[in-house]
Design a protein around this ligand. Structure first.
Ligand code: FAE
Length: 550
């Protein structure tokens, strides 16, 4: 089998591939005309390693982090004629390992899978009474299971950030919920301009509903639909950045498998359009954007002659610093993700590097109400031993019960008779990052008990389904006799909230030329999966910044 990186967009698939306009909501995903298709077709293969930033360099714009916010900023700045350097603490993920593949399979984590851990920390930790975790060599792997006191925050590490590891579920919130998501942002502008722009840039599309009805790999989702609908819940298709035509070929057996081989958490070798195939490919194509992987920003201070001096550790693949560089930038964009940006900013404020940052730094952090659970079905409701790792459907009970549940796969390769769900819920709790001077680290005060409102919201769906179907919760997935996956989140948001720690466009209060442009801006919840909103907000903010600050 070939192990070439993901293929380019199909030339023949546009009639079946339904690009999402994002003008209304996921639920009204309309077919989108020309420009979405054109943008998504700009995919290339994964970028190759580029010139690393030199010690002593001066750059007009430095972007810290290469996830959604950073990639949008880099592309739009470059298109406006600004030279951009991106620094990313994770690897480039452009080189195959000894098995010929860039990314490891979810069912067999290896050295590539975890960020600087010696034992895996799998989100589903147990199965049928057996613990799943195993020892791995310490390495700058792709998935970080970052442990704080009351929560494990999963994040992608590498060029492309969370897009490398996520499910690609690309969801625009319902417009009626937007006021609660970003209260200071004009919804008309977002739904008229920036959501469509982000959906187009990301290559978002929906599954062909006819194919869905017959595909073996979505039997689990059809069972999920039957149970949801029999209990009276709204069931919706969820758009994704996965190349649906490619997935159809996987099911037909004509191309190397990725989603149908269970690839997701540790990267997809084919089929998924991560940022490497979309925004970052286009950014690199401008000739104005360079990226330094395995470079971690540790400090930002005002430079004597204007601009900012950024201290950067170059690390090796065991996480050890090999060189420390000092770089000057006119503008610095914090795009290290909600956790990365918040940790940096609380440290910089507390240690006196940026003392004028305001008292909102570190506040307003939420987990997007994430909670997981499984249900045990009857034998006549088999969910299939072949399951696509890319979720494509959800149960919408947001208005009545405060929960939107992804019908998620359990791609174990065997029949489990289990239905599995990741719920996004209306959880009112917000945590704060603070600086622990003695330990020299940022801490987060989230408490596990704060998940109770999320469990209650999820139960508005699954208690009812269980009652109707005569089924029960699985108790073997997160430990022994434990129903709820309430120890984790995939969706960290907040910590440098828009309109509080920054102005209404992400300019950090107290320092001109410093910007936040990632999930740290969003105050804790997006009502659906977050990356489309992160990208759309970045599109909006960078538009304003380019027009007024450059
Ligand atoms: P992010 O993508 O996290 O990028 C930040 C980057 O900065 C990372 O590459 C870091 O390595 C890097 N970085 C951090 N600190 C430093 C530093 N000091 N110096 C240099 N670089 C640094 O941020 N969302 C959805 O909408 N749909 C999904 O289906 C979905 N599934 C998910 C599944 C999993 C397993 C996970 C972990 C997340 C999932 N998410 C999903 C969440 C989504 O990936 C996340 O919201 C975005 O990636 C956040 O985007 P940001 O630009 O804020």
């Amino acid at each position: 089998m070939s192990h070439t990186p993901k293929r380019g967009a199909p030339s023949d698939g546009l009639s079946r591939r339904r690009f999402v306009a994002g003008t209304g909501s996921i639920l009204g995903a309309a077919a989108l005309a020309g420009h979405a298709a054109t943008e998504a077709r700009a995919r290339t293969t994964a970028p190759t390693a580029s010139a690393l930033i030199a010690d002593g360099a001066t750059v007009p714009a430095l972007v810290i982090g290469s996830g959604y916010g950073g990639s949008v900023a880099a592309l739009r700045l470059a298109e406006a004629g600004v030279d951009v350097h991106m620094i990313e603490m994770g690897k480039a993920w452009d080189t195959p390992g000894p098995d010929g593949k860039i990314f490891a399979n979810t069912t067999s984590p290896d050295v590539r899978s975890y960020w600087l851990r010696t034992r895996t920390k799998q989100p589903i930790s147990n199965f049928l009474g057996f613990p799943l975790d195993k020892n791995v060599p310490r390495h700058t792997g792709i998935l970080d299971a970052e442990e704080f006191g009351g929560i494990i925050v999963y994040q992608g590490r590498g060029v492309g950030g969370g897009s490398l590891v996520n499910g690609g579920m690309a969801v625009t919130p319902r417009r009626e919920n937007f006021g609660a998501v970003l209260p200071t942002v004009d919804a008309g502008e977002m739904y008229g301009t920036y959501y469509p722009r982000a959906n187009a840039g990301l290559g978002v599309a929906t599954i062909d509903p006819d194919w869905f009805e017959t595909a073996e790999c979505y039997q689990y989702a059809r069972v999920g639909r039957k149970h949801a609908q029999r209990s009276g819940f709204g069931f919706v298709f969820v758009p994704d950045v996965y190349d649906w035509d490619y997935m159809e070929k996987e099911q037909a057996g004509t191309v190397p498998k990725s989603a149908l081989a269970g690839e997701i958490l540790y990267g997809n070798n084919h089929g998924k359009n991560s940022l490497q195939q979309t925004y970052l490919a286009r950014a690199r194509a401008t000739g104005r954007v360079t990226v330094s992987p395995l470079h971690r920003a540790t400090s930002v201070i005002p430079a004597a002659g204007g601009g900012y001096t950024v201290t950067i550790d170059r690390i090796d693949t065991e996480g050890t610093t090999t060189t420390t560089k000092s770089v000057t930038a006119d503008k610095v964009f914090f795009a290290a993700g909600s956790v990365g940006t918040s940790k940096l900013l609380v440290a910089l404020k507390a240690t006196g590097a940026l003392p004028r940052l305001n008292g909102e730094i570190g506040k307003g952090w939420g987990d997007n109400g994430n909670v997981m659970c499984g249900r045990a079905n009857h034998m006549w409701d088999a969910t299939g031993k072949l399951q696509s790792s890319i979720p494509t459907a959800g149960i919408d009970n947001w208005a009545a019960g405060g929960a939107f549940a992804e019908v998620a796969p359990l791609p174990t390769g065997i029949e489990t008779y289990a239905s599995f769900y990741l719920s996004i819920t209306k959880n009112p709790h917000r945590a704060e990052f603070t600086w622990n001077a003695a330990a020299q680290r940022a801490e987060l005060n989230w408490q596990t008990a704060w998940k109770q409102p999320s469990i209650d919201a999820a139960k508005t769906i699954f208690d009812r389904i269980n009652a109707k179907e005569g089924t029960i919760y699985r108790t073997d997935l997160f430990g022994t006799y434990k129903i709820w996956g309430d120890h984790l989140t995939y969706h960290p948001l907040g910590g440098a909230v828009l309109g509080k720690a920054t102005d209404n466009y992400g300019r950090l209060q107290g320092y001109s030329g410093l910007y936040v442009i990632d999930g740290a801006l969003i105050p804790g919840n997006t009502s659906v999966n977050p990356f489309v909103t992160i990208a759309a907000l970045a599109e909006r903010n960078i538009d304003k910044i380019i027009a007024t600050d450059l």
